[in-house]
Design a protein around this ligand. Structure first.
Ligand code: SF4
Ligand code: SF4
Length: 283
């Protein structure tokens, strides 16, 4: 079962929930797809299996001897990654999205492709939780899109047996869409605030468009008006609330110290039960 854990914005407790769910499972693969700021490894202290694998994309290489400066490549590039100066094309590869359009446009065979490293993928087993196998993606600073790296991570993870959890990038960008796409179930984590509700709605619009079965976990539950607002919204969209996680100072202290707190493991176990029931109902 492929479970994605996402949120409409950062700081809602998405990674916390991913870690809680991972720790409540006997054998699971966790993909840290929050590749601009991966931090699951800080809690899991994995024994890395090997040096990180470089993840590459293809970018154009322009042969200035063949280039006539006709501008066809620049005209076709939607990302303004090619400019024409005098009689030659100049590539700004930090803007390139590797679509390959310029190669097709060039009639002079002046463009070829070469590999560019966009990040690394490392893997290892958690020291204190040997049932958790972590895949961590790290995007190279300055890389315009995390999509190719996240795709590669998912491809690698799907070759492994058993359940997979994906800690998604926050927000509702292309990276988040790539991370949640094709999951069997998406959990959206939110908070009992107007901002939380607003961003939950944006994230829910994405999972609806992708036709993903979706549930909500309400973190930092206040047991009052904030909760009611989220409950009313979820009811109006017919989305189940899988769990509410209350504020806990002890939990926050342990988490801040880099541990996966033992508290709320019963909540995590209950979420797994609901996911299994969902899977049974869908088969
Ligand atoms: S399309 Fe080819 S020939 Fe024309 S400017 Fe681009 S690289 Fe040069
Ligand atoms: S590969 Fe695509 S994005 Fe990159 S320079 Fe060519 S047309 Fe632009």
């Amino acid at each position: 079962m492929l479970i994605s854990i996402a949120s409409g914005k950062g700081g809602t407790g998405k990674t916390t929930l991913a870690l809680l769910l991972a720790a409540a499972h006997s054998q699971v693969t966790l993909l840290d797809c929050d590749v601009e700021e991966p931090n699951c490894h800080l809690f899991l202290q994995p024994q890395w299996q090997a040096a990180g694998q470089d993840i590459t994309v293809m970018v154009p290489h322009i042969d200035s001897d063949r280039c006539t400066g006709c501008g066809a490549c620049s005209a076709v590039c939607l990302f303004s990654a090619i400019a024409i100066s005098g009689n030659s094309a100049i590539l700004f590869d930090e803007l390139c999205h590797s679509c390959g359009g310029c190669l097709l446009a060039c009639q002079q065979a002046a463009i070829s492709e070469e590999q560019k490293t966009i990040g690394t993928l490392t893997a290892g087993t958690a020291a204190a939780h040997p049932g958790i196998y972590l895949l961590k993606g790290t995007l190279k600073v300055g890389t315009p899109s995390a999509v190719p790296l996240i795709k590669q991570m998912k491809q690698t993870g799907l070759q492994l047996a058993g359940d997979i959890l994906i800690d998604c990038p926050p927000g509702t960008s292309c990276s988040m869409v790539t991370a949640v796409k094709d999951s069997d179930f998406c959990i959206l984590v939110t908070e009992p605030t107007p901002f939380g509700r607003h961003d939950l709605e944006l994230a829910l619009n994405i999972t609806r468009l992708l036709r993903l079965p979706t549930g909500v976990v309400l973190n930092k539950s206040d047991g009052a008006a904030g909760d009611e607002s989220i409950e009313t919204f979820c009811a109006s969209r017919q989305v189940p609330i899988l769990a509410k996680i209350p504020h806990s100072l002890a939990f926050a202290r342990q988490y801040a110290a880099g541990c996966i707190p033992g508290e709320f493991q019963s909540i995590a176990a209950s979420i797994w039960q609901q996911l299994k029931a969902e899977r049974s109902a869908g088969t």
